[in-house]
Design a protein around this ligand. Structure first.
Ligand SMILES: [Zn+2]
Length: 353
């Protein structure tokens, strides 16, 4: 048991991290979490006894020791399944904790896409775990299986673009490189002065060329947007697909936000009016933006019972598409009264069932 624990210890205090932590900004982040008066972890979170024995040290006289601060940050390696849940933990690998960046790999591409969509939620959970905003981004990637199966025998693993896990063994001897290819390699390696390093690099280059040659002979070709090879039936690699998706999602939200900004200024506008001001504007985009605006003000007026004239008139202008001066005072009072009454009725109905 004892030896197992010290193994964990070594893994937590990873030397790579010790080097990185020297930079001031990172130290600020790290200090900020250890300066809090409660232990790292979400409210009500119980650290296991082995780890929690360090908590008093974190708070008192050993606070100045970086090792405990690093330890507090590195605890996420251990607690990863608790933080993200057992299901996601099984499909992911926490590659590196480098505040403010977390590097996470997905074992398959559906999982990678799911992670991409959950990024914000995930960051919230992780920061809740630390009790401070320690991480600002999660770098996602596909988990790369090692190319090397056994000494001397090389195989290529699933490329990022494919989910197939077939790994044909590559017979490097059987693949020959042309004079021109060998010359290109020679030209690159000649810049390395140290002989053994040059030899290692040359070997690696040759293998890389051969692997590329093999893949190309089997229908693999470069991605439409970058140099990475993709499978015969694919046109764009996984990384580029995700990047494009992220970009499209971002542009979509920008469009919605632009419509919302316009509706905040002129809440009475109908779809046709918005179309003249924002080009292009799809009906669905307008409907979403309008709905989000209505929800925003309905929440204020009905659920939070705001009697602020601004909130009330914004809500009614959005719903009726009439300007404030066109709204009769009696109508406004009645409409709000009615909406609050309906909300109250629904609420009691839900509470009873
Ligand atoms: Zn690509």
């Amino acid at each position: 048991m004892k030896s197992e624990e010290s193994e964990t210890d070594k893994r937590q205090i990873n030397p790579d991290f010790t080097n990185q932590i020297e930079t001031n900004s990172v130290m600020e982040y790290v200090s900020s979490i250890t300066d809090t008066h409660r232990s790292a972890g979400p409210v009500g979170y119980k650290a296991d006894t082995y780890l929690s024995q360090y908590d008093p040290h974190l708070k008192t006289k050993y606070n100045q020791f970086k090792v405990f601060q690093i330890f507090a940050v590195m605890r996420l390696y251990q607690d990863w399944p608790n933080v993200v849940g057992p299901l996601l933990a099984k499909q992911t690998r926490l590659l590196a904790i480098q505040p403010p960046i977390l590097k996470v790999a997905a074992l398959n591409s559906p999982c990678l896409q799911q992670l991409q969509m959950m990024k914000r939620q995930l960051l919230q959970k992780i920061n809740a775990y630390y009790g401070k905003t320690l991480m600002t981004d999660i770098e996602l990637s596909m988990y790369k299986q090692s190319y090397i199966k056994e000494e001397g025998v090389l195989a290529y693993g699933a490329t990022q673009a494919t989910e197939t896990y077939e790994r044909p063994l590559l017979d490097f001897e059987a693949i020959s490189l042309s004079e021109a290819e060998l010359a290109t390699i020679e030209q690159v390696v000649t810049h390395i002065s140290e002989p053994s390093m040059r030899e290692t690099f040359r070997e690696a280059q040759i293998k890389q060329y051969k692997k590329t040659k093999y893949l190309k002979a089997h229908g693999y070709h470069p991605c439409a947007h970058c140099d990475s090879l993709v499978g015969p039936t694919d046109t764009v690699c996984m990384a580029c697909t995700l990047k494009a998706k992220e970009q499209a999602e971002y542009e979509y939200r920008q469009r919605i936000e632009a419509i919302k900004t316009l509706l905040f200024e002129q809440p009475y506008l109908v779809y046709d009016d918005v179309c003249k001001l924002i080009i292009p504007c799809a009906m669905a985009d307008y409907q979403l933006a309008h709905r989000e605006c209505v929800y925003f003000f309905r929440n204020r007026v009905i659920r939070e019972a705001s009697d602020d004239n601004y909130d009330i008139y914004m809500l009614l202008m959005l719903i009726t598409h009439k300007k404030a001066q066109q709204l009769d005072k009696g109508f406004v009072q009645n409409a709000i009264k009615k909406m609050r009454f309906q909300y109250e009725q629904k609420r009691t109905h839900y509470e009873r069932h």
